[in-house]
Design a protein around this ligand. Structure first.
Ligand code: DC
Length: 219
C-alpha cells in the first residue's frame, strides 16, 4: 500500500504522515525535505540559486535517507550529514520554492521518490505525490487549513528555535509560497481528483490520523 499526502505548507502533512507511518509500521518519506536538502547544499556550497544546471546536478547526486531518531523525530541525512535542523532555517524556506521550480531538480527527485516507494508500505508527503510521483497510490489525502492557522503552527514550531520571525511574517511567507507552489508550470500543488480532502483547521494531528485510519478501514 502506498499512501500519498499532499497539501500546502503548514497543513500538518509531516506530523500526520509521520504518525500514520509509525502506527502502520510503514516507512515515511518527506519529499519537502529533499527539496530543502538541495536548497541547503546550494546555499552552503556557493552554487547560485539561479544556476539551474548546477542545481540539477546537486539533485542528481543527492544521497538522502530518513532515520528514526529519539522522540519519534525523523532525522534527515543528506550526503552523509545530519541536516534535520539546517533544512528548516528561514533562509532555506525562503529559497526552496525557487529550487522546486527547476525541471531537472524535480525530475531527479521524483525518480528518487519512486525508487523509495518501490518496495511499498510507504507514507509519502509533498505537493505532487498523488498527481505526479505516485498516481497509482492506494490512498490519496489532501490536507488543507486556513493561511492563518498554518502560519500560527509554523510560528509555534520556529519560536523554540530562536528565530525572531513574527506571526505576520509567517502569514506573508506562507501566502507567497502557496502562490509559487500552486502556479509553477511543472507539478504544481493541485488536488488529485481521487484525493480525499481533509480540512485540519481546529483539528489536532491525532484526530486527522484517526480520520485517515478510518478511511483505510473503509469507514
Ligand atoms: O513541505 P515543505 O515546506 O518542507 O516543502 C518545501 C518546499 O518544497 C515547498 O516550497 C514546496 C516544495 N515541494 C515540492 O515542490 N514538491 C514536493 N513534493 C514537496 C515539496
Amino acid at each position: 500500500m502506498l499512501i500519498a499526502i499532499d497539501g500546502p505548507a503548514g497543513a500538518g502533512k509531516s506530523t500526520v504522515a509521520r504518525k500514520l507511518a509509525g502506527l502502520l509500521g510503514y516507512n515515511y518519506v518527506d519529499t519537502g525535505a529533499m527539496y530543502r536538502a538541495v536548497t541547503l547544499i546550494a546555499l552552503t556550497s556557493n552554487v547560485s540559486i539561479h544556476d539551474t544546471e548546477a542545481l540539477t546536478r546537486l539533485a542528481e547526486e543527492l544521497e538522502i535517507r530518513f532515520e528514526r531518531g529519539a522522540n519519534d523525530e525523523t532525522l534527515v541525512i543528506a550526503n552523509g550529514r545530519d541536516v534535520t535542523r539546517d533544512i528548516r532555517t528561514p533562509e532555506v524556506s525562503r529559497f526552496v520554492s525557487l529550487v522546486a521550480q527547476v525541471p531537472g531538480v524535480r525530475g531527479h527527485l521524483t525518480d528518487k521518490q519512486r525508487t523509495m516507494a518501490g518496495l511499498g508500505q510507504v507514507v509519502m508527503d509533498g505537493r505532487d505525490i498523488g498527481t505526479v510521483v505516485l498516481p497509482e497510490a492506494g490512498m490519496k489525502i489532501f490536507l488543507t487549513a486556513t493561511v492563518e492557522e498554518r502560519a500560527r503552527r509554523r510560528f509555534f514550531e520556529t519560536a523554540g528555535e530562536g528565530y525572531s520571525i513574527s506571526l505576520q511574517d509567517h502569514i506573508d511567507e506562507i501566502g507567497t509560497r502557496d502562490i509559487l507552489d500552486a502556479s509553477r508550470e511543472i507539478a504544481p500543488l493541485v488536488q488529485a481528483p481521487d484525493a480525499v480532502v481533509i480540512d485540519t483547521t481546529g483539528k489536532d494531528p491525532d484526530q486527522v490520523v484517526e480520520l485517515i485510519l478510518s478511511l483505510l478501514r473503509g469507514g
